[in-house]
Design a binder for this molecule. Structure first.
Ligand code: SF4
Ligand code: F3S
Length: 325
């Protein structure tokens, strides 16, 4: 059996995408065989187009700069990335021609990074035309559409500015959009979702916000190692006091009680760490209200934080039971 892992070890690959295998109800071996079978059987490599609207390219950087570059490369070798402004070698008219040729043929996976302005198309022009028009044209012929990162999913930081920025699902309303939020995107969420689609031909089960349940099914607060301190009203007030270093970060603006993502379990940078474990509260970057609705980020003075505390006092955020903690 040809394995799809290229230069990386099978063990590393399966560890990387273990959640996807579990969600598909497959063992690691079965999943490996399935990926291999699908990719080997494809008459050509599955085509992918990656468009960028109003963004900082942070999701592209997160993907390309993964601690496991060989895994991102493995995926890139197994699909045909026809257009990506930052990663493709071609530029100018040649790049635009590749884009339009691929769109014309249809049947590609469309990844979109960045938001779309609604106040005026001129806030985001790419290749001399409104980004919105290119997005609509590509979406009409795409086999699957993945909104990558906070900006493309719900508007993100640009939505707090004057451009009327929105996510893809506010522009493309006649097709399912898979939302992979967080700022930037988590590489494992993105690769796992693409592999899910390639191996099943289906969109993974999504939550009400259009996010794959396999990655966004649980509250950060319910998996946080500081949770017992929250339940006992023990909140860190001074980052410089070593005695407080493990206490709950609510007073430092943590929005974990309102944020769904598997960050505490999956963590970031190959499980090295994540926001809360390195001492910064969760800023809610996986949620549709991020950025504006989560500010101020590092104090509990905002409406969102006050609402969290009001619910706690009303018993609506009950302490975790011993066995859950
Ligand atoms: Fe953890 Fe934040 Fe919840 Fe505190 S408020 S327990 S730091 S998720
Ligand atoms: Fe975002 Fe997860 Fe940190 S949701 S703010 S990356 S804890």
């Amino acid at each position: 059996m040809e394995m799809p892992f290229g230069s990386i070890s099978r063990r590393d690959f399966m560890k990387y995408c273990a959640t996807t295998a579990a969600v598909l109800g497959l063992s690691e071996l079965e999943f490996a065989a399935k990926v291999s079978e699908v990719l080997a059987a494809a008459p050509g490599k599955p085509p992918v187009i990656w468009l960028e609207g109003q963004d900082c390219a942070g999701c592209s950087i997160s993907f390309a700069g993964s601690l496991y570059p060989s895994i991102a490369s493995m995926l890139l070798q197994r699909v045909s990335l026809r257009y990506h402004e930052a990663l493709m070698a071609a530029s100018g008219h040649v790049a635009e021609a590749a884009l339009h040729e691929t769109i014309k043929k249809g049947g590609f996976v469309l990844c979109v990074e960045g938001s779309i302005p609604t106040a005026d198309d001129r806030f985001c022009m790419v290749g001399g035309r409104p980004f919105r028009e290119t997005l609509e044209e590509a979406a009409a012929k795409a086999a699957a559409i993945i909104a990558v990162g906070a900006c493309a999913t719900y508007g993100g930081i640009p939505a707090a500015g004057p451009t009327g920025a929105v996510g893809v699902n506010k522009i493309i309303t006649d097709k399912p959009i898979i939302n992979i939020s967080t700022c930037p995107v988590h590489t494992e969420h993105l690769i796992g979702t693409i592999l899910y689609y390639l191996t099943t031909g289906k969109v993974p089960p999504l939550d009400k916000q259009g996010r794959p349940k396999m990655y966004f099914g649980e509250l950060i607060h319910d998996n946080c190692r500081r949770r017992s301190y929250f339940d006992n009203d023990t909140f860190l007030s001074d980052w410089n006091d070593p005695n407080q270093k493990n206490w709950c970060l609510y007073e430092k603006g943590c929005k974990g009680p309102d944020t769904y993502s598997d960050c505490p379990v999956r963590r970031w940078n190959d499980g090295l760490n994540f926001c809360i474990d390195c001492g910064a509260g969760c800023m809610g970057c996986a949620e549709p209200e991020f950025y504006a609705g989560m500010t101020p980020l590092y104090t509990a003075e905002g409406e969102r934080s006050r609402n969290i505390m009001a619910r706690k006092k009303a018993g609506l955020i009950p302490p975790l039971k011993e066995e859950e903690a």
